[in-house]
Design a protein around this ligand. Structure first.
Ligand code: TXA
Ligand code: MG
Length: 338
């Protein structure tokens, strides 16, 4: 039997009191794991420089060791220790850190190969959430933290999601409330500063990045599928997926939701539909605003997934950059064929 099929740890959720923060940062220093709130999604954190802690992260998530981790830092000083820094990276760090941006750079030897899945590069982010920052500061360690979900499933945006996904497999969850952004960070590859490339769209869009870098930023075509080696092995087409089949629509007609045949299927509109309500009709934000929609997306997907819906119909966001692109990226992955 694998560790994955035998969850046996007692999982406790902590509020961010000074006493709990000191206790949890000591656990991190000992090489234990703590699920932590960030402004994007919850992460499963462990000492990035401790191979045992990194191994425990892969094991708890059931994540293949071919999928590298993001290393989180508290201070810009830590960047040089972990990565080979360039001017472009410093400009982005100055503009967007702490915040929802992850930068890929050539790695320094101190970073264990396990953390980077054997790649010569490392992903680094300085998060903004005050409770995660407190743990980073008090533990004094760079913390590797992938999203705190079982591999391939929807990312958690609340402590309750973490418990539902990893309960029994981890000891500590730090509850920092619902995540403010609700989608994973934008990942930019800056190994070659002359050719910046977005590997995963997020709240920070390519226009903003290009403005700071003073050059165009490419968007990686998202055609990587399972089993193929890639720069970012985690950027699998199917990822962030509920178990219920997801069907995407450019425009989700409310007439469809009214069809009696469709009663067993859920319909998720971006904005509240004018004409139609019913037990199978949902929307991400009353007025279809993207920031609240992004914040709510993973929570709604997880709720619908525990319902008995035959399929989940989802409406794509319209827009060419930023949250619209990031939301549609996650929807496409959720809908990708198994
Ligand atoms: O918002 C976020 O980024 C959250 C919070 C917890 O910080 N973290 C997160 O981590 O989403 P994770 O592991 O679920 O996604 C990280 C992605 C993976 O798809 C991985 O393949 C990619 O980053 N990645 C990590 N290191 C890389 C590297 N050296 N080169 C290319 N891609 C890398
Ligand atoms: Mg993830």
């Amino acid at each position: 039997m694998t560790a994955r099929s035998r969850p046996d740890l007692q999982t406790r959720t902590f509020r961010g009191t000074p006493r709990n923060l000191s206790r949890l940062s000591q656990a991190l220093t000992r090489g234990e794991l703590v699920a932590v709130p960030t402004e994007t999604v919850y992460g499963l954190a462990g000492d990035a420089l401790d191979v045992r802690a990194c191994r425990a992260i892969f094991r708890a998530k059931g994540r293949p060791t071919s999928d590298p981790l993001i290393v989180h830092i508290h201070h810009l000083r830590q960047l040089d220790e972990l990565a080979v820094v360039n001017e472009a990276a410093l400009a982005l760090a100055k503009a967007f850190w702490p915040g929802p941006l992850t930068i890929i750079l050539p790695k320094q030897p101190i970073v264990p190969d396990l953390a980077t899945a054997g790649l010569p590069s490392v992903a680094i982010r300085m998060p903004r959430h005050p409770l995660f920052r407190a743990l980073l500061r008090q533990s004094g360690r760079p913390l590797a933290a992938p999203s705190a979900n079982p591999f391939g499933y929807v990312s958690p945006t609340s402590a309750a999601h973490v418990r539902a996904g990893l309960g029994g497999r981890i000891r500590y969850i730090l509850d920092g409330g619902p995540c403010r952004i609700g989608l994973e960070s934008t990942i930019i590859d800056l190994r070659d500063p002359a050719r910046p490339e977005i590997l995963r769209p997020g709240a920070i869009g390519h226009a903003e990045l290009a403005r700071v870098l003073k050059r165009p930023v490419q968007e990686r075509q998202r055609t990587v599928s399972a089993g193929h080696a890639a720069v970012a092995p985690g950027l699998l087409t199917r990822h962030y997926s509920p178990r219920t089949p997801v069907v995407l629509h450019e425009r989700l007609e409310s007439a469809l939701a009214a069809d009696a045949e469709m009663a067993a299927e859920a319909f998720v509109f971006l904005a509240r539909p004018a004409k139609r309500t019913g037990p199978n009709v949902f929307w991400l934000d009353d007025r279809g605003r993207l920031a609240p929609a992004a914040r709510r997306l993973f929570d709604l997907l997880q709720r619908l997934d525990t319902g008995k819906w035959r399929r989940i119909h989802m409406e794509l966001a319209s827009g060419e950059d930023g949250l619209a692109v990031a939301i549609n990226d996650r929807l496409r992955r959720a809908a990708a064929k198994r």
